[in-house]
Write a protein that binds this ligand. Structure first.
Ligand code: GDG
Length: 466
């Protein structure tokens, strides 16, 4: 079996607990420790003019290789091009997009540095799997250095439609970079359609049935791989929480009230101001819920070095304060807003206690929180998922109440409907969602991507013969 090599910006070190590393990092670590393999990424440290030699160590069947970055390159790469240009672009927020040539150059330099450091660690038959928009040019850089083996890329965030994508000054160069992969995975069929339309209409590529793309002299495949969660782990965490100390504290604090829950990184793609406004609208227009429902929003801080994230934090503090100021009673605070992360088991307990899960991003590649909320429910008395139609998960979780996150009154009406939904309808809707969450798990996702990466080059001939 070919060795698996994973490349990602963030690497979950062997000792890091699930709470800190996040669901995806933990799942990748599991995939690697079952198969054995190499995980290559940023060390989290900066150093002026760092050497191309990563720190390499082994833990169980996994070899870790962590590379230092030059501080200026790291800024241009991470806060600059990746999160100041590509993130807003892919989330349709052109008003927030900044493009600086120096950032684009720094982004490329980091990818070159990664490729030079990775090359000596590779074997020709490896399956290399690159994760996310920080590393789109990595395959092109590895090819320049002569690597001809299999390389796949998975894009965790949306791929925007051509009208939006064309706003990126480096649009053609970036898609040219993609064409050096053998397999490009996106979250949804919509994303696939958007990328293929751009390729056929703007850069004169051809598309064959099955998603094989020809661009210049290169062949690669584009397909949708909707990511899932470790459903079993969430079901078991949620079950185990019953009767535990934390569950008791939560229940006592709610004093019999209903709970609506949101869990999102503090990010402008997640639609948090709209969600707060919708909760305020619910209390204003459906006064029967006053004093009867509490909303808990867990929003751990992220990317605090980027100015837009600081502005969003201030906006939410003002909005949240206004809602509590307007509606609170001396014995009831409507909105609990928490900026720190919690253990996965605690999240599972909160999800299970909540009658409504409110997941209302303006755009989202998939949204794992939506799936985790479903997995954590009590099958006898499940809650209702209110879900943005612009999350990738909306394609799959058909039992949700779908909302338009730009429609505040519409979201308030959906919350009211969820809070008053009869048990039988809640059960049916939950079953529909749970069937999907249980079938398409993170393990299936990993396996399918790796299998198809292994097979894809067979269609085009041996590596290097493209
Ligand atoms: C990107 C794409 C795509 C959150 N707070 C805590 C905590 N979390 C965990 C959640 C969930 C994960 O973080 C967030 O995943 P999402 O999918 O919701 O969103 P992004 O971070 O934006 O992820 C997204 C994903 O990649 C995977 O492809 O779905 O569209 O944007 O697992 O539970 N975990 C813990 N404590 C917290 O306080 N332990």
């Amino acid at each position: 079996m070919a060795r698996l090599v994973i490349v990602s910006n963030r690497v979950a070190s062997p000792k890091e607990r699930a709470a800190k590393a996040g669901g995806l990092a933990v799942a990748l670590r599991e995939a690697l420790s079952q198969r054995g393999g190499l995980w290559f990424g940023w060390s989290g440290e900066t150093e002026i003019n760092p050497p191309d030699t990563p720190k390499v160590f082994r833990s169980g069947r996994v070899t870790y290789a962590l590379l230092n970055l030059d501080p200026e390159d790291q800024r241009a790469h991470y806060a600059g091009y990746a999160n100041g240009t590509l993130w807003p672009l892919c989330h349709y927020r052109l008003g927030l997009l900044t493009f600086r040539r120096a950032d684009w150059e720094g982004y490329r330099r980091v990818n070159e540095h990664f490729a030079r450091a990775l090359l000596p660690l590779l074997k020709p038959d490896d399956n290399i799997w690159v994760h996310d928009y920080h590393f789109i040019p990595l395959a092109a850089e590895l090819r320049k250095l002569g690597f001809a083996g299999r390389i796949g890329y998975f894009h965790h965030i949306p791929w925007p439609t051509p009208e939006v994508y064309l706003s990126l000054p480096s649009h053609a160069a970036l898609v040219d970079d993609l064409s050096h992969y053998d397999l490009v995975g996106l979250q949804t069929e919509n994303d696939v359609r958007a990328l293929l339309t751009y390729i056929s209409s703007e850069v004169h590529g051809w598309i064959a049935p099955g998603g094989t793309v020809g661009l210049k002299d290169r062949r690669f495949r584009v397909a949708a791989y909707p990511i899932g969660i470790d459903a079993e782990a969430f079901v078991s965490d949620a079950r185990k929480s019953v009767g535990k100390d934390e569950e008791r504290r939560l229940n006592e604090s709610l004093a019999g009230r209903r709970l609506a829950v949101g869990v999102d990184r503090l990010d402008y793609s997640k639609g948090l101001p709209g969600k707060f406004a919708a909760f305020g609208e619910l209390l204003r227009s459906y006064p029967e819920h006053r004093s009867k429902v509490t909303m808990m929003q867990v929003a751990p801080l992220s990317r605090s070095e980027v100015a837009e994230y600081q502005a969003l934090r201030r906006e939410l503090e003002e909005l949240g304060g206004a809602i509590n100021g307007e509606f609170a009673e001396f014995d009831w605070v409507p909105l609990r807003y928490l900026n720190r992360p919690f253990q996965r088991a605690t999240l599972a307990a909160i999800y299970r206690r909540a009658l409504v899960g409110v997941v209302t991003p303006l755009r989202d590649g998939m949204n794992l929180v939506a799936k985790e909320y479903v997995a954590a429910q009590d099958p006898e008395d499940p809650g209702v998922l209110v879900l943005s139609r612009f999350a990738g998960a909306a394609d799959e979780l058909k039992g949700s109440l779908l909302v338009n996150p730009y429609d505040i009154e519409g979201m308030a009406a959906a919350m009211d409907r969820a809070l008053t939904m009869p048990l039988e309808e809640r059960r049916q809707r939950w079953r529909t969602n749970m069937d999907n969450v249980e079938t398409n798990t993170i393990h299936h996702w990993c396996q399918r991507f790796i299998d198809e990466l292994t097979n894809v080059t067979d269609q085009f001939g041996p590596p290097g013969d493209q």
